[in-house]
Design a binder for this molecule. Structure first.
Ligand code: ZN
Ligand code: ZN
Length: 392
């Protein structure tokens, strides 16, 4: 069985994972990690292209049987600006940086698949192993696409995978259509004149008033503008203005910042439109002005039906249909693999990172999170199984 054979790679994959974990590199600075990936791919006979989107790598492997089809398998390389508190012997050696999203594990799993497939080329067509930089907020996936990833390495389909803390080991989960949300950041600056809060209050154009109305009105975007059968989240994360030491002074300016999550382009457009309308109208109502910045960050991650069915089949071949959740609920987190799925059809699979007997787990992006070494061979086997299905 596939997983049994891949288990022989386990000590090597664990060593690779721990090596990367010890030396975390954040977005577009993954030089050491990229070098390690490129060296291992070459050692196994995989063609390597370096320097895509600065620190990205694409490994290319041609099957022994003739075939026109090509697929892309994608992992991410970058770490986060978090101080690790796991106390592991392989914990981060770089202060303030940590692999707290499991991208060290994603990289090791895809390397495991590359090694296996390079030694067993019994497939028809081409596999591109895509190691992308800067997933965490900096859009390395977008940059790879902009730099011609799919022109240089044409694929018929592209697949991604992420570990999922809280999902038991041995389980997979995915869904067709909107899976992860769009992630946008917005900033509204209310400007008035300010003034003395006692003596000059009646003469002041007080921006705290439209700001207060705005924070409440914001929730009517989801409550009244977004259709009830759709969904979105709009949240305020920061309100800044005035001087803590001068409570008797009305500030001239208040800055409100927040995030917005949505799953469909039309809903995303609606949020941006209503947010601007509310800010401008409420500012005008109180003699102030509003300046609105709406920054579209990652688009929603939308998977495709046929490729998702293939990815479910690939996972089911390893763990059984009963351990593959085919209709996982959408999540309000974001992933820049979404840029690749905008260009080519594909699927996105979650692999269980495990859960404690009492249901507890450390989530990604927390100082106690750790990728589960026990799933390295299963993850590599999933990629191999997918290639066997796609390039049969
Ligand atoms: Zn992350
Ligand atoms: Zn991640």
């Amino acid at each position: 069985m596939l997983t049994e054979e891949l288990k022989r790679y386990a000590p090597d994959l664990v060593a690779i994972r721990h090596d990367i974990h010890r030396h975390p590199e954040t977005g577009f600075e993954e030089h050491r990690t990229a070098k390690l990936v490129a060296a291992r791919l070459r050692e196994w006979g995989v063609d390597v292209a370096e320097g895509l989107a600065k620190t990205g790598i694409v490994g290319t492997l041609r099957g022994a049987r003739p075939g026109q089809k090509a697929i892309g398998l994608r992992a991410d390389l970058d770490a986060l600006h978090i101080s690790e508190k796991t106390g592991r012997d392989y914990a981060s050696e770089i202060s303030g940086k940590m692999h707290a999203c499991g991208h060290d594990g994603h990289t090791a799993m895809l390397l495991g698949a590359a090694r296996y497939l390079a030694a067993h080329r019994d497939f028809a067509g081409v596999v591109h192993f895509i190691f992308q930089p800067a997933e965490e907020g900096l859009g390395g996936g977008r940059l790879m696409v902009e730099e011609g990833l799919f022109e240089r390495f044409p694929v018929d389909a592209v697949y991604g995978m992420h570990n999922s803390p809280g999902l038991p080991v041995g389980k997979f989960a995915t869904r067709v259509g909107p899976f992860l949300s769009a992630s946008d950041t917005w900033t509204v600056t209310f400007r008035g004149t300010g003034g003395h809060g006692g003596a000059g209050a009646h003469r002041a154009k007080d921006p705290t008033i439209p700001q207060a109305h705005f924070v409440l009105a914001l929730q009517t975007i989801v409550g009244r503008s977004v259709p009830a059968v759709e969904t979105a989240v709009v949240s305020v994360g920061s309100i800044a203005g005035g001087d803590h030491a001068s409570p008797n002074i009305i500030p001239a300016e208040i800055v409100v910042r927040g995030t917005a999550r949505s799953y469909k382009p039309a809903i995303r457009d609606l949020i941006e439109k209503r947010l601007g309308e509310l800010a401008h109208a409420l500012a005008a109502a109180y003699g102030c002005v509003a300046e609105v910045e709406y920054e579209r960050r990652y688009p929603p991650l939308i998977t495709h039906a046929e490729e998702t069915a293939t990815s479910i089949g690939a996972a089911a071949a390893l763990v059984g249909q009963e351990n593959v959740i085919a209709d996982a609920p959408p999540m309000t987190s974001a992933e820049d693999f979404s840029y690749m799925l905008q260009e080519r059809p594909g699927g996105f699979m979650l692999i269980g990172n495990g859960v404690g007997p009492d249901g507890s787990f450390h989530d990604v992006h927390t100082p106690l999170y750790d990728f589960n070494d026990d799933i390295l061979t299963l993850g590599a086997a999933y990629w191999v199984s997918l290639v066997q299905k796609e390039l049969a």
